[in-house]
Design a protein around this ligand. Sequence first.
Ligand code: FES
Length: 126
Amino acid sequence: MYSQKVMEHFRNPHNMGEIEGADGVGTVGNPVCGDMMTIYIKVKENRLEDIKFKTFGCGAAIATSSMITELAKGKTLEEAIKITRKDVAEALEGLPPVKMHCSNLAADALRAAIEDYHEKKKGEKK
Ligand code: FES
């Protein structure tokens, strides 16, 4: 039921873990199933220098988190915030329709982490 790519990222997730002293952290829960995901980002000169994730979720959630960290790493904040769940699903060569909601988590958590970064920045300036 899963593509080769999904299985690859599920079995061997990339960028799993936490970033100490992250510049931005985003946590979102999936209302459909109650699973949770946190994304940590390190920003340097407006680019995502590092990104890691922690997911308490299904295999598809793990695979999408892994894939979104790959897609986002090295991108500018403006580019990263535009990554959609569709981009993630496409990069994974498709997700089964019942699992599409799982890919919301990754895109939403990344966006939340970037927003958190902007909020923190604003706070610093005051
Ligand atoms: Fe919860 Fe997939 S079933 S994220």
